[in-house]
Ligand binder design. Structure first.
Ligand SMILES: NC(=O)c1ccc[n+]([C@@H]2O[C@H](COP(=O)([O-])OP(=O)(O)OC[C@H]3O[C@@H](n4cnc5c(N)ncnc54)[C@H](O)[C@@H]3O)[C@@H](O)[C@H]2O)c1
Length: 271
């Protein structure tokens, strides 16, 4: 059901790789809620082609941009304003990649070049986006920027390796930039800390399948789907959350507040 929550709003949505991507669901919902937006992804992801289907379905244009490149992000914000006909109201940062995870390298053995690459792609890219937007004054007052994160920023999950530290940095950038952008231009910046979700980035993590089931058995409401994450992002882009900024918001069916569930404990029942 749509509520026209984003009627008249202009946005930039990054990170839609295929129909499982959280960003894909956000784009579908934003379209349903009346927004117009531009889709963006790294040029390499574009070549895989699926994003074109999403662009057709949501009546949107695609602007390739590597989120680590300030010139490409500058082009993204200037072209988006031209295409959409004005300043931007919402931005989704849905970008994550760790070469250490991809190559199955243990945390204690992290390769530092890969670590730096992960920081640049998955955390600094948010700072770069915000800095470009602020310099260009590209986002409207009470505009909303949302970046996706995971709870490994607060608690240790051995398989999440360097992405844990990188997500902690991402969340810190949201708070720090949120202060400055809020003071100067009333722009809001939040992170949404999402349940494990079956996407390309998620399932690339070793042992994801088992962990997905574990988290599902701990969370009273079960794991939150990509689609419900998209619903939550839409509320954060809407005017109904105008005073919410600099927050890390858990969207995880209650997992982060649960110490143990009976379902999980009973798996250890003495025979
Ligand atoms: N899947 C999960 O379990 C889960 C849980 C919590 C948070 N998240 C976060 O959600 C976000 C989206 O991931 P997803 O799960 O939808 O997976 P996904 O693989 O569908 O999306 C990741 C996206 O990042 C893009 N990307 C990678 N390098 C880039 C670059 N240099 N420039 C621009 N874009 C680049 C990829 O092309 C891809 O579209 C990520 O930040 C991820 O860490 C995922």
């Amino acid at each position: 059901m749509a509520y026209n929550l984003l009627k008249g709003k202009r946005g930039i949505i990054s990170g839609a790789l295929d129909e499982n991507s959280i960003a894909w669901k956000v784009a579908e919902k934003a379209h349903e809620e009346g927004a117009t937006f531009v889709l963006t992804n790294a040029p390499i992801a574009m070549r895989m082609g699926e994003i074109k289907q999403l662009a057709e379905k949501t009546n949107s244009q695609i602007i390739p941009a590597d989120a680590t490149s300030v010139p490409e992000l500058t082009n993204l914000f200037s072209q988006s304003q031209e295409i959409l006909g004005g300043k931007i109201d919402f931005v989704l940062h849905s970008i994550g990649m760790s070469v250490n995870i991809r190559k199955n390298i243990a945390y204690t053995e992290s390769n530092y070049d890969y670590f730096m690459k992960g920081i640049d792609v998955s955390a600094l890219s948010l700072h770069k986006m915000l800095s470009v937007a602020k310099k260009m004054d590209a986002i409207n007052e009470y505009g909303s920027v949302v970046a996706l994160t995971y709870m490994a920023a607060q608690r240790t999950y051995p398989f999440y390796t360097d992405m844990a530290d990188i997500k902690a940095m991402l969340e810190s950038i949201a708070r720090s930039f949120g202060y400055h952008y809020g003071k100067d231009k009333k722009v809001r910046i939040n992170t949404v800390s999402q349940s494990p979700t079956k996407t390309t980035a998620g399932t690339g993590i070793k042992g994801f399948g088992e962990f997905y089931k574990f988290a599902d058995s701990v969370a009273p409401l079960g794991n939150a789907s990509a689609e419900s994450c998209a619903d939550y992002c839409i509320t954060l882009f809407s005017d109904l959350t105008r005073m919410v900024t600099m927050q890390n918001l858990f969207h995880d069916g209650g997992y982060s507040s649960t110490g143990a569930s009976m379902e999980a404990i009973l798996k250890f029942k003495d025979e």
